[in-house]
Write a protein that binds this ligand. Structure first.
Ligand code: F0G
Length: 458
């Protein structure tokens, strides 16, 4: 097999400021050992998120110049709407400034104080928006998702037996919608199979409950189906995506992921009456229904990005580059979540740093070391993020202690990824000397963004 190359040429570059380990030691100390508090300029390879960090194409930049900034009925709106309809297939399209705004509107009109919303795994903003409306967000991932080493090809699947049981117990009166996140971000960027999607759809339709897709990384999910699920080898990815959405009644979307855009999102539904209510909220919180919180130029960029994201050469390269990092790390004996997901590499900090207690935050300690070693910024997904119950103030270890290294789309090359692999290998070699951290200051809610840490004395 030939090397899978980046299927693009670089037309414009953004210089990276290089720093030394000594400088980074001081910079991370000033940031109180919290990578969120670093200035992005002081980061060499920024893997904090793949959201809004993509590189746009020359075509998308060209389209920006054609943005029609008319308040109502802009040309850019029709272009955006028609593209979304063509790929996603829903009748109603509601533009929002990003994904969580779509969630806020959707749950605001559908969720009540006794509502229960099942999902394979809710992303933080989805959960928070449901809870904000008084509802309960319940995660029911498939059993394989809990085993970090399982190479099951669709670890993003929902546990449909658990779903059936929930539906039987609570019915459509308490379950206003069923949601599935594709790919499952919080579960390791793992895909959901078409078989699982069809099964969830059948359960939802039989019970008369609307089925929604959290579609942020829909193209990566569709390409995993093409590559991993028998029967789809020869189906164009766009048709797989259309089939995924045809099983659902609506979706929420963050265009900051699988549209290459730096901002934007939308909400879709086939229910005209519901869309009417959603648009009334949209006008209050986002903007007029033909721009909804975006500039005309953003609508243009998304319309281009949604086509480009379905390019199968791009998707082959995308899934390959994530797998490239995961498999190199795995071959070196470094604990990493298997198999490779779509948008990120997840290091297993519990096994990387077994000497550090969960409440001395091995994930945070590893993220700090990656920064000192090589200027790489990742994010802890463990006891810092999930350990504190904001209502009781009690701390409990999280189920997993992970560090997510999310890969921005089309931004870094293979040599950047080789550098990341080398740096992680070097931290692995000196892991015995790595210390845990303690929190010296943190808010009760969403503390990971701003918490201040100190190293625990050796
Ligand atoms: N759903 C999923 C699965 C997400 O990953 C995100 C964002 C959202 C919804 C919300 O979208 O940011 O446009 O409001 N995930 C980013 C991340 C922030 O880093 O994983 P948004």
């Amino acid at each position: 097999m030939k090397t899978i190359i980046e299927p693009f040429r670089i037309k414009m570059v953004e210089p990276i400021k290089l720093t030394t380990p000594e400088q980074r030691r001081e910079l991370i100390a000033s940031a109180h050992y919290n990578p969120f508090r670093l200035a992005a300029e002081d980061v060499i390879i920024d893997l904090l998120t793949d959201s809004g960090t993509s590189a746009m194409s020359s075509q998308a930049w060209g389209a920006l110049m054609q943005g029609d900034e008319s308040y109502a009925g802009a040309r850019s709106w029709y272009r955006f709407r028609d593209t979304v309809k063509d790929i996603f297939g829903f009748e109603q399209v509601i533009p929002t400034h990003q994904g969580r705004a779509a969630e806020h509107i959707l749950f605001g009109v559908m969720v009540k104080s006794d509502s229960i919303v099942p999902n394979n795994t809710h992303f933080d903003t989805t959960r928070a928006n449901i809870e904000f409306c008084g509802g309960t967000a319940v995660d029911i991932p498939c059993a394989e998702a809990g085993d970090l080493d399982s190479r099951f090809p669709f670890k993003g699947n929902m546990d449909t037996a658990a779903l059936k049981q929930m539906v039987a117990e609570h019915g459509p009166e308490r379950i206003p919608l069923i949601m599935v996140t594709m790919t499952n971000n919080s579960g390791g960027g793992q895909p959901v199979s078409m078989a699982n999607i069809r099964e969830i759809s059948a359960i939802a339709r039989e019970a008369g409950i609307p089925f929604y897709i959290d579609a942020c990384r829909f193209a990566e999910n569709a390409h995993f189906i093409k590559r991993r699920e028998p029967g789809f080898e020869n189906t164009p990815v766009i048709d797989i995506a259309r089939e995924m959405f045809s099983c659902a009644d609506g979706c929420t979307m963050s265009a900051k992921k699988d549209s290459f855009a730096n901002i934007g999102g939308f909400l879709c539904t086939n229910d005209g009456e519901l869309a009417h209510r959603e648009r009334n909220v949209l006008i209050l919180t986002e903007g007029f229904p033909t721009y909804g919180g975006m500039a005309g130029r953003d609508l243009e960029a998304i319309a281009v990005g949604l086509r480009e994201i379905l390019d199968e050469n791009y998707l082959d390269y995308r899934l390959f580059s994530t797998r490239y990092v995961v498999e190199h790390l795995h071959d070196a004996g470094i604990p990493v979540v298997l198999p490779a997901g779509g948008h990120a590499v997840y290091l297993d900090a519990r096994r990387f740093l077994p000497g550090i207690e969960p409440l001395q935050y091995p994930g945070q300690a590893l993220a700090v070391e990656l920064y000192i070693e090589a200027g790489i910024r990742g994010v802890e997904i463990g006891s810092v993020m999930f350990g504190l119950d904001p209502h009781t103030g009690e701390e409990h270890p999280s189920r997993n202690e992970l560090v997510r290294l999310a890969i921005p789309r089309r931004v870094y090359t293979q040599s950047h990824m080789d550098y990341v692999i080398e740096a992680i290998g070097q931290v692995w070699q000196r892991r015995a000397g790595i210390r845990g951290l303690k929190i010296v200051r943190a808010p009760r809610f969403l503390r990971h963004f701003t918490a201040e840490f100190e190293w625990i004395e050796a």
